[in-house]
Design a binder for this molecule. Structure first.
Ligand code: ADP
Ligand code: MG
Length: 422
């Protein structure tokens, strides 16, 4: 059973595609567009922790979304958009003044939402001119798989954010060889608002931070309580390792409702415990005391709250242990933490599914150091940390297992920790 791979485009290839698609839509007259791009992300560990003020540890994928963009003539707020991934939508045209929560449907909300969010009061540092963000023509092309839990949505938002940052001369992203993390945190915040308020998806902040603030050769330790980050060296190739990403191609209904339900359970539990977020629960004793309080509630949902909280608190601790191992140069020892993360997400948080469990179990029995589901769950992707020479056999074993189980063939990506939006 041979595995199907999704290669990452080179920067030149992505730029050429976006420019060709732009020319096909808008012709070659007028101001030439410039190409910006931003990566999808994969989270190493720390799942469903972002909206609990916790820690997560994403890396940027080599797979990126490319946008060819040019500003509209001065004074115009008309935006014209097309995407190679949404050929049926044709060319969408809208006035920025008409964009806001509830006014835009579909994929263009992720683009228009970023322009809207950057124009909101307080989005930019004092002295920056939000009115410099006007209309634009943009065409998108991407090799980030859609809806695979690899954050094609944040890749799209972040590519637009850095494009508008440059065309409006906001100066937030900084030069490619010396990114400005504080400015990028503001761009990420605008992307989160775009996704939450305009696209209407209640995601936490991990995806946008990863796409804008990650660095090549590093994992991004993101503290979702205050938005601070630390770049943790993570040079897989130097350690003879590879990160195999398995897109299970599984799509399950009710995903949005389930995500919102998990958030609500966590927020209700934190309130019940008199805490701002579950991050405030510390240590084994603190966890035991919190779980005892929740269990004593007697409500029908008490058992569910106990398990959800146990996942979040132990998962945050696993991120800390994972980072400690990376800091100590012990990357070969992180496997058991990945395995424990998966078990917790499957049993306590209940966001795994048959396809994710099969990918993870098969990866491990085929020799992976560790494996886990990644992203929100209910389908989407899993990751496996493998010795570089085991990439092909592990992928083949997973493809064969899906075939035997009568499941849709999964696809595979390799993800060295790659560069952020730029
Ligand atoms: P994920 O972020 O895990 O890939 P989401 O459901 O959050 O999944 O985001 C997928 C949505 O983002 C798509 O349905 C589409 O609306 C939008 N999107 C992402 N990439 C593109 C693209 N290249 N062109 C147009 N829309 C895109
Ligand atoms: Mg997304």
């Amino acid at each position: 059973m041979s595995a199907r791979w999704i290669p990452a485009w080179t920067g030149d290839e992505g730029a050429a595609r976006a420019l060709a698609a732009f020319a096909a839509r808008f012709g070659t007259d007028g101001v030439a567009p410039t190409v910006w791009s931003a990566p999808g992300r994969v989270n190493l560990i720390g799942e469903h922790t972002d909206y609990n003020g916790g820690l997560c540890l994403p890396i940027a994928l080599p797979h990126r979304t490319y946008v060819a963009l040019r500003p509209a003539p001065a004074g115009s707020d008309v935006v014209r958009l097309a995407s190679a991934q949404e050929p049926g939508a044709g060319l969408v045209e809208m006035h920025l003044a008409d964009v806001g929560p509830g006014t835009v449907d579909g994929w263009t909300a992720y683009v228009l939402g970023v322009a809207w969010a950057l124009r909101q009061p307080g989005a930019l540092p004092t002295g920056s001119d939000a009115s410099a963000i006007g209309g634009f023509d943009a065409v998108v092309d991407s090799c980030v798989p859609y809806g695979a839990g690899l954050s094609s949505s944040a890749a799209l938002e972040a590519s637009v954010a850095v494009a508008l940052d440059a065309t409006a001369h906001l100066g937030l992203a900084g030069p490619a060889d010396d990114p400005d993390d504080a400015g990028r945190a503001l761009l990420a915040a605008a992307c989160v608002r775009a996704e939450n308020e305009v696209a209407g998806a209640p995601t936490g902040g991990m995806d946008q931070s990863a796409s804008l603030r990650a660095r090549a050769g590093h994992a991004l330790l993101l503290d979702c309580l205050d938005g601070s980050v630390r770049q943790v060296p993570f040079d897989l190739a130097a350690d003879g390792l590879a990160l195999l990403v398995i897109d299970t191609r599984a799509e399950h209904a009710l995903v949005d409702g389930q995500y919102a339900a998990r958030r609500t359970t966590c927020e209700t539990a934190a309130a019940r415990l008199g805490l701002g977020t579950l991050r405030e629960i510390h240590g084994t004793d603190g966890l035991a005391a919190a779980l005892a309080t929740l269990a004593a509630d007697g409500a029908a949902e008490a058992d569910i709250a106990v398990r959800r909280v146990r996942h979040v608190v132990t998962e945050i601790a696993r991120v800390e242990e994972f980072v400690a191992l990376l800091d100590a140069g012990k990357v070969h020892e992180v496997g058991p933490l990945m395995d424990a993360s998966h078990a917790s997400l499957r049993d306590d948080y209940e966001v795994s599914c048959r396809e994710l469990d099969l990918a993870v179990a098969t990866a491990r029995s085929a020799g992976a150091l560790g494996a886990r589901m990644t992203g929100g769950g209910f389908g989407g992707s899993a990751i496996a940390l493998v010795e570089a020479d085991a990439v092909e056999p592990v992928a083949a074993a997973i493809a064969a297992a899906f075939d035997s189980a009568g499941l849709t063939a999964p696809t595979f990506l390799l993800s060295p920790p790659s560069a952020p939006a730029g």
